[in-house]
Write a protein of this length. Sequence first.
Length: 512
Amino acid sequence: MSETAVKAPGAPAPSGDANRWKALVFIALAQLMVVLDATIVNIALPSAQTDLGISDGNRQWVVTAYALAFGGLLLFGGRIADLWGRKRAFVIGLTGFAAASALGGAATSGAMMFGARALQGVFGAMLAPAALSLLAVMFTDAKERAKAFGIYGAIAGGGGAVGFILGGVLTEYLDWRWTFFVNIPFAVVAALGAYFVIREPEGGRNRNALDIPGVLLSTLGLVSLVYGFTRAESDGWGDATTVGLFVASAVLLIAFVVTEMRVKAPLLPLRVVLDRNRGGIYLSLGIAIIAMFGTFLFLTYYLQVIKGFSPIKTGFAFLPMIAGMMIGSTQIGTRLMTRVPARALMGPGFLVAAAGMLVMTQIEIGSSYASTILPAMVLLGLGMGTAFMPAMSLATYGVEPRDAGVASAMVNTSQQVGGAIGTALLNTIAASATTSYIKDHIATATSKSRQQLVQMEGAVHGYASAIWVAVGMLVLAAVVVVALVNAGKPEATAVSSGDGVEDEVAVPVVAH
């Protein structure tokens, strides 16, 4: 048994880096920027499409170009952070993201916009793993780690909803270009703060040569997977190109795993994902994100199209969910993480979120926001915030310092792939249910107003049908957690050493 950072109960907590809490401010700011960008552009898309003359067929590339670059390069970005140093990768990622945002805001054509979004994805793929791995190596004390990851988890979970509010305000009162330009001050402040404040612990780099075959296979495999789900949403699951992309993705990712088993210095050491706790975290997070992304999508449509909310009002309608996430993450999760095993927070958290989704399945055209949407959002936020916080911490806990970047990248990869699957899968289910409902009821609609009502009822029926699937996804995520995640309290967590033997790694015990 190997022990690190052992401390007797009642002894003072280790001081660590004196600037670590200041560093957390800038890391959280950068994470907020990346998460905001995933949704803020969606609100501005109709205005940008009109100004730049982007066709309906090509408008998806504003979102897809970012998703492909970000999702495809995450593992590579995590490995770069381990090789170059997390602080350096963090600052470079921020600088590049700011430059790409400036390019997007100044775009004069669709092609320029698509290129800017792809560049944002490239630098985001370097930035996101570096941010999470910096937290992992800077906060080693159990109680402090709980607080730090509580803040980070709340931002990771709630930032997307904030993007709807900010996107609505900027688009309605300024111009769609400001949804890009707003990233620049975020990035500049975070980069300058990180440069002067962050002190990365020594000796944690992985200086092995880059696994080029692994980089190519993982990037192409993940790009094919994300693009396959994007194509499925627009062209259908039976489309030849869609099927071809999924087959190519499976072949490439299987080849990637075989390669990683054989090379001396793999891009993704399999010890990172084969540990049952980390593997369970990656899988359950990906499944839960499927449900969450679908909720964002359908609630936005429901509130704007069915209830007639403006973009700004829609954004503010998400605030109860953000508040729930903040409370679940920083209060419930942080306070209990050092007292109970992670699965005792994550499992119930996903089930509470599922209960919120269950309430949301009851939506109808005339449903009241206060009686249906509000309680559903509060439950969803509380549950996801409570589950996200220990998940973010445990995903990098016990991993060797040289693997911190790639372990962090796996968290982001599971979220990115989950988001792509969620958007495509749930949208397809909703569209199919809507079409079926309208087909069954339109014949009885004798007037134009009645036909319009049937179409709206069909849309809401489609949303509810997809949300039922989201309920099942969250229950499945809870089952995965209970089945796989067996880590105890942080004071004595079993982590895999990669050789099939589990070492008990004692971490700091904080006196209460």
